[in-house]
Structures are given as C-alpha cells and as structure tokens.
Write a protein that binds this ligand. Sequence first.
Ligand code: DGY
Length: 306
Amino acid sequence: MGDQCEVFINDEDKPLDQESLVTALCSSEILCPTVTDSISAEVFALAEERGIRTKLLANFGVGFNHIDIEQASRLGIAVTNTPGVLTDATAEISMALLLMCARRTGEGERLVRSGAWDGWRPTHMLSTQVTGKTLGIIGMGRIGLAMAKKAHHGFGMQIIYSSRSPLEGSLAEDVGATRCELSELFQKSDFISLHCPSTSETKHLIDQEALAAMGSHAFLINTARGEVVDEDALASALGEGEIAGAGLDVYENEPSINPALLKLENLVLLPHMGSGTNETREAMGMCAFDNIQAYISGAELPNRVV
Ligand code: DGY
C-alpha cells in the first residue's frame, strides 16, 4: 500500500487521545481506528472546525459504537468494519468464560497458586455442571450463532434466544434453538450470553430487574460490550447471591474496572480478549486492508456500515 499512499502508523499500540484523533481526521484521507479510539461527536466537531480531510474510517474491529455514526454520515465519511473474521475467536472466549464461571476454575487456580490447597475432598469446590443446561443467547448474529453451535454440539445445551430477526429454519434446527421473549429467556436460562451490539436500546439491558428475573442458579456471560450491563447492579446481584456468577470480557469504562467487581469471587474477569488470536487479528487487518484497497480503487466497500 506504501506505493499508493503515504502511511502513518501508531507504533505505540495504544488508543489515540482526542487531540491526536482530531489531527488525524484533519490530515489523513483514510483512518484505520481500533475499537478503543473514541471518535465521538465532539471529536468530529473539533475536526470540522479545523477542516476534515478523512473520507474513510476503516475500523479495525466489528463493533463500531466508538464512532459517532450519525456524525460520520452527516459529514459524508464512509465507515467500514471487520465482520465475519472474529466470530469463532469471540465465541471461544464466551464458551471459556461460561465454563470458567460454572466450574469455578478462576477460584481453583487462585487456590492452587496460593499454596492453600489441602487436597481432594468430597465436598471441596463444588460447582455447576454445564452439559445439558439451557443457554439463553441475546443477539443471534454471527457470534451468537457460533456460541450456540459450540454449546449445543459440544455440551448438549438447549438453546433459547432473543434477537431482532429469527434464525433461518435450518440454522435454528441445527442448534435446536427456540426464539423467545426476553422475559422468558431471563426466567428459563441457566446461562445467558450477550452477543448484541451496544446501542441506545441495549444500554443497561441487563439491569437490576433483569438480574432479579434470572434467579440464584443463573450465570451471565458478556463478550459483547460493557455498556449492555449495569455494572453496579451486577456487582450487587453477585454479592447478594441473586445470580450464581458471571464472566466478563468487556466493561463500561475500559480499561477501568468498577472496583465493586474486583472484590467478587463468583466473577471471572478477562481483558477484552475475545478476538485476540493471532489468526483473527491477522484476518481483521486483512479485512480492513480490503476496505481501504476498495476505497483507493473506487470500488464498492466490502464491509460498509454507513
Ligand atoms: C470488536 O471487533 O468489536 C471487538 O470487540 C474487538 O476485536
């Protein structure tokens, strides 16, 4: 690509601050932000004052809630993402979290490393079996479906789901999935895994009321976006035993973690690593590259969001 355009790389592998983002929008025709570069209405407004040069935001990631899409669209800036290539990697981390919190593997590992383990006992560290239980999936897109496949085919789980659109017949049959209302999903699921985007409708979808509806046997898994869960309500539900446990890969204010969450033993915490495999990160890069190449050659953008 170096022979077609001048390329500037953020070598620090860290999110750009507001001033750097504004400068980048005013100096580059194409930007390739990651999901931690917050291109808010404020950033667009500051760049607009100075004169925006960017015509394409080729996002390195599938989620694009960090970009104010309405403003991008108003300013005639195209936005693309990287769907499809991180499906299995993210579903693997969802399944890992589900197993970890059901089988208390985080607690177990901490016990062994602390030197306090005193040997096998019939009632020691009892946990919840996963096989055959009911998994409720909220958001049955690509990642939700990949999770359903792993859970159903690998662990014999029953799948119920809530999603804007129903699964096509043969796909639903393959994973034995039944669509239901959210209220029914909260009541019937042993595990709930979130795979919906972060929007104004899904903000704090998992609130105090939802957690109370889940019940003390249930577990919550979130590899979608932190904003979907009210973290204060979750910390309180976990602390009071209103739900059995939870596994999180994403947070409301990344990379800060709500201090109330850090104290809980029945919670597994991961550092937003759903798509973090070598294979997937390379594929995400190639996907962003394809969008950039299409823009340069004037072709239709393969993964256009707006
Ligand atoms: C995404 O792509 O949206 C993930 O959260 C990071 O890879």
